[in-house]
Design a protein around this ligand. Structure first.
Ligand code: CTP
Ligand code: MG
Length: 379
């Protein structure tokens, strides 16, 4: 059996999308666009390996977007798409390659089957769709229409025998066209067409993005969960709260680092997904969690939700104590929690209150935190 490798090109800058983060790393319904594209490939029975080409300088953001996905070492691409494909071809094994855009989040498995099957009788294969709109020439005024009956829209993934595509790029030299199937044709090789799919639409502009968000949202149900945690003051400081260390004369007692904020948010996430509570996942009786940094608990809860195809929309936490004052650290905690959860800072809210010197928090005996998480799960 010929080895089939999916090569995802993600080294672009997403200029036309106009977002702050390059589009392939931006969260689409809570998950990086690139991760959507990769999961469609990893999930296919006939695809053995998935490799990713990223831009120089994108390594860190790409690694975060790819957490938990088995894609081997990152391949570094180039200024033009052809440079990125070339770099990918140099890094993969012989066999069949499916070159695919990171900017296409949905790939029906049947398209991949049709492409691989078509290579029995051709050097390359591409998914195509007919052109539905009238095509015309002109600028402010029409200057004639174009006969569309022989025109096709070409999508990705595009399938090739690896050696053929390498040969075609060598023939093309510098300045090779952006589309691999064009490069193959220029080298005199044959490219077959198979039926494409509207789901393969490439996200190029903000309106494409909105449409894809809407499609995904329609297939999800929203869930909420709450969490609550208390730790007592004991011994000298500092206090660890929301993943950051705060100077304080007193510390908090606990089996782990006693981070009430991260514990409450972890329980809220587990609750939203009906996955039990933090004590079930990380028993206090287990010595391996002694003194543990609580970001591991939070990452675990987030990974469980994402492994179910879920999306974390928002978390909100209220810290209840007289001291330390949370206000000066609020932004840092918000940033850190967002980082641990791979969310944008706007999806994390941190608040604080006292209990007017009433009760155990009022007597400064300990700190409490309560949290709520809103997630979406596949319906
Ligand atoms: N791509 C690449 N290397 C490049 C340019 C593009 O790997 N030098 C990838 C993009 O990351 C994307 C795919 O090719 O997954 C299709 O390109 P496009 O949709 O044009 O993405 P961008 O080039 O990032 O966007 P724009 O053209 O709007 O800047
Ligand atoms: Mg481009």
């Amino acid at each position: 059996m010929t080895k089939v490798t999916a090569l995802i090109v993600a080294a672009g800058s997403g200029t036309r999308m106009g977002s702050e983060t390059p589009k392939q790393y931006r969260l689409l319904a809570g998950k990086p666009l690139l991760a959507h594209a990769i999961e469609a490939m990893i999930g296919h029975q006939r695809i053995e390996a998935v490799r990713v080409v990223v831009g120089a300088g994108q390594e860190e953001i790409a690694s975060a977007a790819l957490r938990g996905l088995d894609v081997g070492p990152l391949i570094i691409g180039g200024a033009e798409r052809a440079d990125s494909v070339r770099a990918g071809l140099a890094a993969i094994e012989d066999g069949i390659v499916l070159v695919h855009d990171a900017a296409r989040p949905f790939c029906p498995p049947e398209v991949v089957d049709r492409l691989i099957d078509a290579l029995d009788n051709a050097d390359g294969a591409v998914p195509v769709l007919p052109v539905a709109d009238t095509l015309a020439k002109g600028d402010r005024e029409l200057r004639g229409t174009v006969n569309r009956t022989q025109l096709l829209r070409v999508q990705t993934p595009q399938a090739f025998h690896v050696e053929d595509l390498r040969f075609a790029y060598e023939e093309a030299g510098n300045g090779a066209p952006t589309d691999e199937s064009t490069v193959l044709q220029l080298a005199g090789l044959r490219v077959a067409t198979v039926a494409g799919d509207e789901a393969l639409h490439k996200l190029t502009s903000p309106s494409d993005w909105e449409r894809a968000e809407m499609m995904l949202a329609a297939a999800m149900v929203s869930r909420s969960g709450t969490g609550f945690d208390v730790h007592a003051f004991e011994g000298p400081g500092p206090v660890v709260m929301g993943g950051i260390t705060i100077d304080h004369p007193m510390g908090l007692a606990g089996h782990s680092d006693a981070d009430v904020v991260l514990h409450a948010i972890t329980d809220a996430l587990l609750g939203a997904a009906a996955l039990g509570d933090i004590g079930q996942h990380f028993p206090p009786s287990d010595p391996q969690w002694k003194g543990a940094a609580s970001d591991r608990f939070l990452v675990h809860a987030a990974d469980l939700i994402r492994a179910r195809g879920g999306i974390i929309d928002h978390v909100d936490c209220t810290v209840i104590c007289e001291a330390p004052k949370v206000g000066p650290h609020r932004a840092a905690i918000q940033q850190r929690v967002a980082e641990i959860l791979s969310l944008e800072a706007g999806a994390v809210s941190i608040k604080a209150t006292t209990t007017e010197q009433l009760g155990f928090t009022g007597r400064r005996e300990g700190i409490a935190a309560q949290a709520i998480a809103t997630i979406r799960l596949p319906a």
